[in-house]
Design a protein around this ligand. Structure first.
Ligand code: ASP
Ligand code: MG
Length: 422
């Protein structure tokens, strides 16, 4: 019997009717003979609502920083409700099922409340339930620490629960059901020509998720890559039991021939430019150290020699860290005895992702040529081996995405056939 881990997100179990629809799908799969472990998120906006309740009774915007243990006790209830309701609905469909909290499933985490990491999955009771022919329903996004405290894995953590369970149980398949038909080449609300990507590598998906693609939790993709778990992302809103969706796998078939696989973007970025600093590593080292000590996470960094013993450093940070970054940068410039600080907010980082760009000349050139032709100014750039990130004015985000999607023939990433560079 193939062992399948299925995960259903909050929208997929957002109402009694949606829960019944999921129950029918699970019961059908069970009847076909699959052994099933089903991970659920909390219904709809439950997690947000519980967070809001905590804010109201404490008068604190972030009740979790003051009361992390109780926050975990509170939030795990959301997934527990969904798990119990789904189990009842599945049993009504005539399949045997039993629900488990993360703790009952022996998902062992570290001690870090509200952002725990999974250490090991023993899965004892889940295995027993499977042996007895039951569907095991597991409440997502939670576990238990070595100190027997209830913990959560951080927002969006149910994907991580599902992939970690698939790895631990050596499942044959891991299916993530969501409210969209798969991972798109770009956000379809911004780019009308966007298509569902048929196959994408773990590394590319990790870049996409980290660069702002919403569909999968980056940590889940990281675990999938490390343990070799293939993931299929599909819509729970289609009644078709064999929809294709997106396969996230080690080495997709079309990979070598496509330059790019997808575009992702992340708004709310800001840039700082420090000019006239004393030239040399000491300046940038001091600046980066001071930012790190101030808790500011830096995204892109570039340096340029200004001549006459002076240099400039450009860096980008998340928009909400801009004020702190500006203050820290100002202090550093003063300490170094020279330098001015300029800031610019309202930027969006667009990331072009594709294993096909490795070692291929001209990708930067094509991106710049495209944006120049579209009249979109680039305020910063950085690369990894399989991605290029460009900072553009927030109000030009859609234009930039559409132009790049077109220039790199990204609609082809949605096809099975391979294409050569245009
Ligand atoms: N319910 C949690 C959240 O909304 C976990 C999840 O949905 O994955 O963040
Ligand atoms: Mg949720």
């Amino acid at each position: 019997m193939p062992l399948v881990v299925q995960k259903f997100g909050g929208t997929s179990v957002g109402s009694p009717e949606r829960i019944q629809a999921v129950a029918r799908r699970v019961a059908r799969a069970r009847k076909r003979g699959d052994d099933l472990v089903v991970v659920v998120s909390a219904m709809g906006h439950t997690t947000d609502e519980l967070t809001e309740l905590a804010a109201r009774v404490t008068g604190l915007e972030r009740a979790g920083s003051e009361h992390p243990r109780e926050m975990d006790m509170l939030l795990t209830a959301g997934e527990r409700i969904a798990a119990a309701l789904l189990t009842m609905a599945i049993r009504q469909e005539g399949a045997e099922a039993c629900s488990f909290t993360g703790s009952q499933a022996a998902i062992i985490t570290d001690e870090q409340h509200t952002a725990a990491r999974i250490r090991e999955i023993r899965g004892g009771r889940v295995r027993e339930a499977l042996d007895e022919g039951m569907v095991a329903i597991v409440a997502g996004f939670q576990g238990v620490s070595g100190e027997r405290e209830i913990t959560t894995l951080g927002r969006g953590g149910s994907d991580t629960t599902a992939v970690a369970l698939a790895a631990a149980l050596q499942a044959d398949r891991c299916e993530i059901f969501t409210d969209v038909p798969g991972v798109f080449t770009a956000d379809p609300r911004r780019v009308p020509g966007a298509r569902v990507i048929r196959e994408i590598s773990h590394a590319e998906m990790l870049e996409m998720a980290s660069a702002g693609a919403q569909v999968m939790h980056a940590r889940a993709v990281d675990i999938a890559a490390r343990f070799g778990v293939d993931i299929r992302v599909l819509s729970s809103f289609s009644d078709d039991d064999t929809p294709s969706g997106t396969l996230i796998t080690a080495m997709p078939r079309a990979m070598e021939d496509l330059v790019l696989t997808g575009l992702a973007s992340s708004a709310g970025q800001a840039k700082l430019v420090l000019r006239g600093l004393p030239a040399g590593m000491a300046s940038s080292t001091e600046l980066l150290g001071a930012l790190a000590d101030g808790g500011v996470s830096v995204d892109m960094v570039s340096e340029a020699d200004e001549g006459g013993g002076r240099m400039q450093v450009q860096l980008t940070v998340a928009g909400d860290a801009l004020e702190r970054a500006r203050a820290v940068a100002g202090e550093v410039a003063a300490r170094l005895g020279s330098g001015t600080v300029e800031v610019q907010g309202g930027l969006t980082r667009i990331t072009l992702v594709g294993s096909g760009m490795t070692g291929r000349p001209g990708v930067y050139a094509r991106a710049y040529r495209t944006l120049h032709a579209a009249g979109v100014e680039v305020h910063g750039a950085s690369t990894s081996s399989i991605s290029i990130s460009l900072l553009v004015p927030a109000e030009r985000e859609d234009d930039a995405l559409r132009a790049l999607h077109d220039a790199f023939a990204l609609e082809m990433a949605g096809e099975h056939t391979t294409v050569a560079e245009r």
